[in-house]
Design a protein around this ligand. Structure first.
Ligand code: GTP
Ligand code: MG
Length: 656
């Protein structure tokens, strides 16, 4: 493979489902580029990239890690991401950074539900992707079936630049179909046909030079017209140099203009024992140097940089200055949050992405009562690093609650609280996050005119909406009945009013219309409508009644054929459903939908039932109606707008 690299920096990320071999692959890159003396091994806890104690012990990545190395004169900034779905929020943050991604798929486990989620997000953002089929050495490797699954499930036909022999055996090998010495006829035609000039040369009986072909391949990769595919075994170090060559030659170089004013995205916040808080940034334009004062455009503040650092796993190097196109770790920005923009906001900065929402809420309990203040501070710090980790201190209930993605994240959170903060805490009583929706159409009424001075009278119509449609609000009240500025206040207050319905959960999928209203030219103030709106909405919800909605997950199970009966009856018991199973070579694949609430511990149960031979992958499949008995009805947290007197007293205090 040769082609002329134009830009010496490549910003890339490695993404995949859990256990695909991302970290093993990155360790090989570090070794080949001369950064380490031996490739680190996940199973022996000797990796550079998985450097947290819990990562080394468990052999999984729990957060993304940035590293940099050189390959044939090109600097590669690489982010290794965690594959477990519980750490999807981390991948969401990283998704804004790379110019291209290596999407790894195991040749044994194949396309997983999470692969589909990742691919969907990458495709939508037009990020060039190289498919890497790993573990071709492992028994059960079947690249042909993986290619079929990519076509069927990801709906794309990548272009293999290699072929394999001896899959699943120790003498497994790869042959390059695209190299300086040999270009396979099919590949040649695929590349040539995309360019008129090349095609004419070819049709005239001349084969274009490899350099020319390479330039065209790079163009097709950058514009996402071709998704190339390579094979290998990260564990054996097979196919690694080809992969690095590909990144260096055909992935896009980073863009940016160092001469322009600063524009940078804080894509992550990290913590180092010695350095403290580190802001991970990607620079689009300009530069940042040690001791410089920078403008945080998101927060409207000025902050002083202490040091600009090149980041390696678990260690940093002071580099003094970082320029456009590059990534760095910045210390000193104590107020910076994930997603902040430093300097000027430019169009090049990609918007955020949502892969998965936390669907579970749990209580965080300190084993030692005196640790609560420290626990709250620790949670605060952790949620700065991971904004998806929404936590809430419920004063009335003296309870600390946090939203989480699942068991794995809960377990890791306990470990981090212990390892990093020295707090023994337990995450208990997980409940899925239900929602409510009106059961019928009805009106909600509020007359807020006592105790004076105040005046806000409103009537809302509430109607059930389509599943997944959220809130649709409109007003049909003329401004001579309720002035526009008051109507604006009503609209602004609606989403807050829907945070908890009559069953204690967020209310969604409904249409609300303000159908009647009255203000008073002496007594009304905007705040009156802020106070009144939740009372009117809650009254409406009492009248419509509400139906609980529970989160559902789409699953894919792959297991030995003899377990089919047992597993399908488990699924039925959990109120799930399944499509007809596909049976092949003594194993079956089963897909369908399950309520999350009944299947929280199913992956663990499945693994013990099958002696580890069954695999399950899941992703969120939306909300579906359930009965109160199947779900959870909980008391209103705080003071309900239905408790009018108390509510008004509290609301007035907060407003005045
Ligand atoms: N046989 C074989 N095993 C591999 C290969 N690559 C990785 N493994 C093994 O697969 C397991 C997972 O490897 P990791 O590199 O931690 O995978 P990962 O994708 O980083 O996992 P997460 O970050 O936890 O999602 C380890 O036991 C590796 O030794 C390979 O090419 N062949
Ligand atoms: Mg990993």
């Amino acid at each position: 493979m040769t082609s002329q690299p134009k830009n010496p920096i490549r910003n890339i990320a490695v993404m995949a489902h859990a256990d695909a071999g991302k970290t093993t692959l990155t360790e090989q890159f570090l070794y080949l580029s001369g950064q380490t003396r031996q490739p680190g091994q996940v199973d022996q806890g000797t990796t550079q990239m998985d450097f947290l104690p819990v990562e080394r012990e468990r052999g999984i990545s729990v957060s993304s890690a940035l590293t940099s190395f050189d390959w044939k004169g090109i600097r590669i900034n690489l982010i290794d991401t965690p594959g477990h779905v519980d750490f999807s929020a981390d991948v969401e943050r990283v998704m804004r950074v790379p110019d291209a991604v290596i999407l790894v798929i195991s040749a044994v486990e194949g396309v997983q539900a999470h692969t589909e989620t990742l691919w969907g997000a990458l495709r939508e953002r037009h990020i060039p992707v190289l498919f890497f089929i790993n573990k071709i050495d492992r028994v059960g490797a079947d690249t042909e079936s993986v290619l079929r699954a990519i076509g069927k499930e990801l709906k794309i036909n990548p272009l293999p630049l290699q072929e394999t022999s001896g899959e699943g055996e120790s003498n497994v090998a790869i042959r390059n179909l695209w190299s300086q010495d040999y270009v396979n006829a099919g590949l040649l035609e695929r590349v040539v046909e995309s360019d008129e000039l090349l095609l004419n040369t070819y049709l005239e009986g001349n084969t274009p030079g490899f350099q020319q072909l390479g330039n065209q391949l790079a163009h097709l990769v950058h514009s996402c017209e071709i998704y190339p595919l390579l094979y290998g075994s990260a564990k054996m170090g097979l196919g690694m140099e080809e992969l690095l060559d590909f990144v260096a030659l055909y992935f896009p170089g980073s863009r940016g203009n160092a001469a322009k004013p600063l524009s940078a995205l804080v894509y992550g916040i990290g913590h180092d024992k010695i350095m403290g808080k580190i802001a991970y940034v990607r620079l689009y334009d300009g530069s940042i140097s040690n001791r410089e004062v920078v403008f945080n455009a998101t927060q409207g503040t000025m902050e002083k940089v202490t040091q600009v650092r090149r980041v390696f796993p678990g260690r940093f190097e002071d580099i003094g200055t970082v320029v456009a196109g590059d990534l760095a770790g910045i210390s000193g920005l104590s107020g910076a949050c994930v997603g902040d923009i430093l300097g000027t906001v430019v169009d090049d900065i990609p918007a955020g992405v949502k892969l998965r929402t936390p669907l579970i809420i749990v209580q965080v309990k300190a084993l030692n009562n005196k640790d609560y203040p420290a626990l709250a501070a620790a949670m605060q710090e952790l949620s700065m690093e991971d904004p998806a980790l929404e936590f809430e201190w419920l004063r009335e209930e003296s309870e600390l609650q946090v939203k989480t993605m699942g068991w794995m994240q809960m377990e890791i959170l306990e470990r981090i609280l212990a390892d990093r903060f020295g707090i023994e805490a337990r995450l208990e009583n997980p409940t899925v996050i239900y929602q409510e929706t009106p059961s019928s159409e009805a009106f909600g009424f509020v007359r807020y005119w006592m105790p004076k001075p105040c005046w806000a009278i409103m009537k809302f119509r509430l109607e059930p909406g389509e599943r997944g449609s959220g809130l649709v609000y409109k007003s049909v009240v003329p401004v001579n009945s309720v002035q526009q500025k008051y109507q604006n206040e009503v609209e602004r207050s609606i989403s807050g009013a829907l945070k908890q319905g009559i069953k204690g959960w967020p209310v969604t999928d409904l249409h609300i219309t303000l159908v009647e209203g009255e203000d008073h030219n002496v007594h009304s103030r905007a705040g009156d409508f802020t106070v009144a709106t939740p009372m009117g909405i809650m009254d409406g919800l009492v009248n419509t009644g509400t139906t609980l909605l529970e989160p559902m997950i789409r699953y894919k199970i792959d297991a030995p054929e003899e377990l089919l009966g047992l597993i399908t009856s488990d699924i039925t018991r959990m109120r799930g459903d399944f499509d007809s199973p596909e049976i092949r070579d003594g194993r079956f694949t089963l897909t369908g939908i399950l309520p999350l609430a009944t299947s929280l511990d199913f992956p663990v149960k499945l693994s013990s039932r099958s002696g580890g031979k069954a695999r399950i992958s899941t992703h969120f499949a939306g909300y579906r109606e359930c009965t109160d008995e199947q779900g959870v009805v909980r008391p209103y947290k705080g003071i309900s707008p239905l408790d009018t007197a108390k509510y008004i007293l509290k609301a007035r205090k907060a407003i005045q």
